[in-house]
Design a protein around this ligand. Sequence first.
Ligand code: NCD
Length: 335
Amino acid sequence: MGDRLDERENWLERLKSDLYVFKIPESEVMLMGELHNLISIHDLSRENIDMILERAKKMENVAIKRSKDFSSKIMACLFFEASTRTRLSFESAMIRLGGRVLGFADVAATSAGGKGETLADTIRTVERYADIIVMRHPLDGSARVAAEFSNIPIINAGSGSEEHPTQALLDLYSIMKMKGNVDGLTISLCGDLKYGRTVHSLGMALACYDVKVKLAAPESLRMKPAIIEEMQRAGIQVQQVDTLEDAIEDVDVVYMTRIQKERFPDTREYDAVKGKFRLTMREVDKMKDDSIILHPLPRVDEISSDVDSTPHARYFDQVYNGVVTRMAILDLILG
Ligand code: NCD
């Protein structure tokens, strides 16, 4: 606990030495001038990612950045799929920036869920009520389709099993904040690498960094070859391992994920893998002393609860980073 407080103190000390908090250098404005939608990690270059993480760091300095720019802005959250952290942290981020929010999370109560309205028509309606749309949808490609029909920016808050780019940004921000840097680290992505959208976006984002990556999944839930190839093309050493034990040794970051039960076409396929990848004190005892465990949450049973009180467990600190990272994203797109 003491170590964590020290780490936070050091972090704040470093922040204070930043030139100033909210004035954006002109070069930044030009670089991000192009960012309208955030659908995929592929929409961002390494410079863009660095800029978002840099700005998230500035957002830490104040809990609330109310600005005139945001007082007239409205963010619509369209959640066609369950969410706790992503929706609430986007809403918290917008409110902290001084803007307002509207939207739905109970899709059955909307015309899309209850009356068969198309996604295109829902988007064409909501764009008349808001300045930006944050959307989560169970179908791959849905965010891209929404962007096709929208005249206002769309942020992808999770599209099927395909992508979750803002989660990847907050994961990178968490790693940077907790380990000081992303470059130079060895990072294990563990669990459901087939259906887990967070690891898809994070894998693509890591292709922008100088890291070593271990991929640990049951055989039927391995990472898509296209993402492995993307990392390898970028010069990253990628190692696929079959057990959690092999994934945690000598690594700096263990990124655990939930088996995505709801995405399995056949429940028997799920039954065959459930409970297979479980991080317990047995594995944690073998981890490097300064290694960290992250998880996008929600957790089911893939990390046993006694791990929570070890200094390695950083997933609840990771949650807070979602707010500042999403403040930075909204500020860049709308500010
Ligand atoms: C993840 C998601 O929805 O993809 N959660 C999140 O956004 N923090 C992970 C999951 O559902 O397992």
